[in-house]
Design a protein around this ligand. Sequence first.
Ligand code: NAP
Length: 250
Amino acid sequence: MTRSLSGRVAVVTGAGSGIGRAIAKRLAEDTAKIAIWDINFAGAEETAQMIRDAGGTAIAINADCSDKAAIQAAAAQTRKELGKIAILVNNAGIAPFTPFLEIEDDLFDKVIRINLRGPYLVTKEVLPDMLEAGWGRVINITSSSVQSGSFGQGHYVSSKGGLVGMTKALALEFAASGVTVNMIPPGFIDTPMLRGAPVDVDAFTKTLPMKRIGQPEDIAAAAAYLASEEASYITGQTISTNGGRYMGSH
Ligand code: NAP
């Protein structure tokens, strides 16, 4: 089912690949105008072209979403070319695997900088547009690893756990403003990130209740719902899109 997003402007970070790409394509199908912010500029351009080929509107911007100056420049370009920003999907991230005692301090800082400080900076930059309009959607891509733990990912799970906290804090702070803030913790989703991880995907798939790995489109469907008008009474919530891997309440 497609839902009309009324030509609103959506920023999807990290949409040059995997989950972000599927979200960008889906929101475009639902009539949003898409700005892709990614350090993988070739991938971002490819996604934008796919959307334009399908009749949608999309621009690709080369931006490191953990760099404040780059974020400010990306927001300025987005506003100039598409208009004020109404929907933000904080999706860009990195997910290294390192045994805890071997994590270099610089790597820990890098993971926090990209996965947690990045969404903080990006949200702070675009939220004023939403507050001015009295309508907005922030969707944070967290991780099921916060719910279950994950071997060798002390840095990553810490960063995504911080993003869970930020989602709830902002949901509360802006609840009366027309801006909702929600999160999607993906389970195992078939993307270049997962295929590059030291994980036996086929063996793991057999342990999943649904016996199939998730597709980026599964996450995109949840994001499309949270971005829609129909989700206006939902904030601070979690749509665990994981094939039944984790069934807890957060
Ligand atoms: P992906 O295929 O690696 O795509 C991530 C995209 O973000 C890439 O284009 C990447 O560029 C970009 N990126 C990385 N750092 C960036 C930065 N500082 N600024 C801007 N863009 C940046 O990964 P994915 O699997 O689609 O993951 C998307 C999100 O879902 C991530 O936040 C991830 O943690 C989360 N997630 C994924 C899974 C899964 O199973 N796939 C599960 C749980 C959570 P480069 O390729 O150049 O690095």
